[in-house]
Design a protein around this ligand. Structure first.
Ligand code: BGC
Length: 518
């Protein structure tokens, strides 16, 4: 029976995919029976495809271990020499000291890294007052600017920042009357040349501004600010992971790793500077240096890639790059589901006799929509129905089809969360905080906190749950007890303002002057 079904539908696959079933099989059946027959066969075929897709996407523990080990190995390669790893850039960030809590005064941050950027002001009150007050605004970046010129992009951002600053109330008392200092979280790969300068290496997450490659991004932003005639200084240039780590450390001194799981993904961690052979600068007084992995570009033969990952990559603005990011982050999870649905609609007639036109539109299924479908526990899968109708104009989806859509969301999100866990464990292994799996000798585990920011982690409960469970699987119950995963809500923005404070030249001069007069 099964074989018969498969053979019949296989024929359909290689032949005229969308029309043949009814046409070839209806001759001996009454119309209604034909429909039933078809549905049964089609569903069976769709279920077989789901099973095959589940197998291709599977992340059993041994595979996760291989991914974690490959991440650790690539970290060593990337630290060894410039270009030592084709995948992990392992960028020294020039952040040698993380915020301590002593920071005081008014600081701004600009957080640019996705389809929106954030601008915020934070009033810091030192050890006692901590974060006294904060305000922020989120501004959508016009899509055309993501593919334009650096001048156009930064002129736009600078003017929004100036507008936001103009709304500063008297409650925010600046430490100096006319200058405003900002931390700039620029969440793309940058080769830093100091804590206040760095050149763009590559764009990700749908941005592509060719003239910016190789340019000092702080100078470009500062020029745009200058054109508006304002006294605003960029005190620190940081990746969003570094901002997240800084905020994590501000509240929990065990924080060693910062991770972003949002539109894009990446991680940074605190490394011993003398364990970075490619670092040619002086060893910092702290002995430490925050390293930005740029793990979005990680790849490994152990990554369970499917046809859908290949399609997503092929149709992206940066084909061949950022494989890990394209498997685990928010910009892409919905797109992976969409690609699989196109295949199922074509090969398994999932939505009736034709492929819904809207389904063919790249990036039309955002990850929040798959989260909504995935959270649907109604027997009729009503939310799935609504999303399919709203986004793809699929009016009469069958319950069977909706179950398949629901299941696919689950498979893709489980894989994403578990792979993210393997990445984190790869870093824990590098810094010797992953317990004793490697040599079998029990080592006392130091408490380690991992600060995570990003909408995907914050809002997608199942993603978060899969990630946590896989970390425990990988580390084992005992070692996992020493690791705390903390949501660092808005951490990248606030942490960036904290880093502006701890790297402020004005605050430094002010302190020096004070100590001279005392
Ligand atoms: C960028 C990283 C960034 C991450 C999260 C990636 O696409 O390359 O620099 O940290 O997205 O925003």
């Amino acid at each position: 029976m099964m074989v018969g079904c498969v053979a019949a539908v296989s024929y359909v696959r290689v032949g005229s995919v969308l029309r043949s079933p009814a046409h070839t099989r209806s001759q001996n059946c009454k119309p209604q029976w034909t429909m039933l027959c078809m549905q049964k066969q089609e569903n069976t075929w769709a279920q077989m495809l789901v099973r095959a897709f589940r197998e291709a996407s599977a992340t059993p523990l041994p595979l996760l271990r291989q991914v974690a080990d490959a991440m650790t190995a690539e970290m060593y390669n990337g630290l060894a020499a410039e270009g030592g790893s084709q995948q992990l850039k392992m960028l020294p960030t020039y952040v040698e000291n993380l915020p301590t809590g002593e920071e005081e005064g008014l600081y701004y941050a600009v957080d640019l890294g996705g389809t929106n950027f954030r601008v915020l002001r934070v009033l810091l009150g030192g050890k006692q007052g901590r974060i006294l007050k904060q305000e922020f605004e989120e501004v959508a970046i016009p899509p055309a600017l993501m593919l334009s010129t650096s001048r156009e992009l930064f002129d736009f951002i600078a003017s929004e920042v100036v507008k936001f600053m103009a709304k500063e109330s008297d409650d925010f008392k600046p430490h100096s009357l006319d200058v405003r200092e900002i931390g700039f979280a620029f969440s793309f790969p940058v080769l830093q040349t100091s804590v206040r300068s760095g050149v763009v290496i590559q764009w990700t997450k749908g941005f592509k501004i060719d003239d910016a490659i190789g340019k000092d991004i702080v100078a470009a932003f500062q020029e745009s600010i200058g054109r508006l005639g304002k006294r605003i200084e960029i005190a620190a240039l940081v990746n969003d992971t570094v901002g997240t780590l800084a905020q994590g450390r501000y509240f929990n001194t065990d924080t060693m790793i910062g991770v972003i799981l949002g539109t894009g993904t990446n991680a940074c961690y605190v490394e011993q500077a003398d364990a970075v052979p490619k670092w040619k600068g002086p060893i910092p007084a702290s002995g430490q240096m925050v390293i930005n992995l740029e793990w979005g570009n990680f790849r490994s033969p152990y990554l369970p890639r499917t046809f859908a990952d290949e399609e997503v990559d092929r149709d992206s603005v940066n084909p061949g790059d950022q494989w890990f990011e394209k498997m685990i982050s928010g910009l892409y999870l919905g797109e992976i589901v969409r690609c699989v649905l196109v295949k199922f609609a074509t090969d398994a007639v999932l939505f009736g006799g034709s492929v819904p036109l809207k389904l063919l539109k790249p990036f039309s299924l955002p990850t929040p929509a798959i989260s909504k479908m995935h959270s649907d526990d109604s027997p009729e899968l009503k939310l799935v129905k609504i999303v399919l109708e709203d986004i793809f104009e699929i009016k009469n989806s069958t319950l069977e089809a909706r179950k398949i859509v629901h299941e696919l969301c689950g498979i893709i999100v489980e894989r994403g969360g578990r792979l993210a866990a393997a990445g984190i464990v790869g870093i824990l292994q590098k810094i010797g905080r992953a317990g004793s799996r490697n040599n079998g000798t029990p080592v006392p585990n130091k408490a380690t906190a991992v600060a995570i920011d990003g909408g995907l982690y914050e809002h997608y409960a199942q993603y978060q749950a899969h990630m946590h469970a896989a970390i425990v699987e990988l580390l084992g119950e005992n070692a996992a007890q020493s690791v705390v995963i903390e949501l660092s809500k808005d951490g990248s923005g606030i942490g960036t303002a904290l880093l502006a404070a701890s790297h402020s030249q004005h605050a430094k001069r002010h302190k020096q002057a004070e100590s001279l007069t005392n």
